[in-house]
Design a protein around this ligand. Structure first.
Ligand SMILES: N[C@@H](CCC(=O)N[C@@H](CS)C(=O)NCC(=O)O)C(=O)O
Length: 265
């Protein structure tokens, strides 16, 4: 049976769980020890040198990166299909997913750094939140245009673009930034959250939020070394948190990606 190493709050893990559930593929969930500390358990780190969730293990096959997992699941269990037929539509779906994974996620990440990890307070926290709100408004407009008059982000049927967006928008909403009520995107968000595979996955995330409430204490105690890779680092610097990055690197509670030889750069 498939083993999925995950954390319920990871939007990337949520994408994969929604696909597995929608396709009715049985799987076990595993919570890797040491996730977020930069020193995750050896079996997990062997399967994913990036030491990130999700990691999918299917027999001898170990896959990291949620997008690659979704491709694998679609090829191994083609029905029900999560992809549209036409090549141009398929490309559109993949672009939506990529924008969520590499741009919008960074905004939610930054909001988490402020709320849960207390990287900034007072005027700097307000400024970071203000930047995030304006950026999210931009993404909401972009997504509303992708949706157009369609019922689903993927097109005529629920599919890959829908499951690739909903974990991120639910997280933004949790931070208090939701698509405008009464608009097409807000209506889509209600619709997609009612899909059983999405509802189960979102409920797991919701139930896990309390566990992150005092996360800043774990950072102070050395239990977390936050992973500021690529777009997250860019977000923090361009949104006014250059000093936050410098301080975190100096204290050692911000880190970059490990080398693929297993050592640290
Ligand atoms: N591109 C990866 C991103 C995965 C990722 O960023 N996972 C985060 C959780 S949302 C993680 O496990 N971070 C580990 C850490 O911070 O140490 C994917 O799509 O699977």
């Amino acid at each position: 049976m498939i083993q999925l190493y995950e954390h319920p709050l990871s939007p990337y893990a949520q994408k994969v769980k929604i696909a597995l559930r929608h396709k009715d593929v049985p799987f076990n969930l595993v919570r890797p020890e040491g996730l977020g500390s930069g020193a995750a358990a050896a079996d997990f780190a062997q399967g994913n040198p990036r030491r990130e969730v999700p990691l999918l293990v299917d027999g001898d096959c170990r896959i990291f990166d949620s997008t690659i997992m979704l491709e694998y699941l679609e090829e191994k269990w083609p029905e029900p299909s999560l992809m549209p037929e036409a090549p141009a539509e398929r490309a559109r779906v993949r672009m939506v997913e990529d924008v969520m994974d590499t741009h919008l996620e960074a905004v939610n990440w930054g909001l988490g750094e402020v709320r849960y990890f207390r990287r900034a307070e007072g005027a700097q926290a307000d400024a970071l939140r203000g930047r995030a709100e304006a950026q999210l408004d931009g993404f909401f407009g972009w997504l509303e245009t992708r949706l157009g008059d369609a019922e689903w982000m993927t097109g005529a049927r629920f599919g890959r673009a829908d499951l690739a967006v909903v974990p991120f928008l639910n997280a933004s909403r949790g931070f208090g930034f939701a698509p405008a009520a009464g608009g097409a995107l807000a209506a889509w968000l209600d619709r997609v959250n009612a899909i059983p595979a999405v509802a189960t996955t979102a409920a797991e995330a919701e139930a896990s939020i309390a566990s992150i409430g005092k996360a800043y204490r774990a950072v102070e105690g050395g239990g977390f070394r936050r992973h500021y890779r690529d777009h997250r680092l860019e977000w923090m610097i361009r949104s006014g948190g250059f000093d936050i990055v410098a301080r975190g690197l100096e204290r050692g509670d911000i880190r970059f990606t490990d080398g693929f030889d297993g050592g640290s750069d």
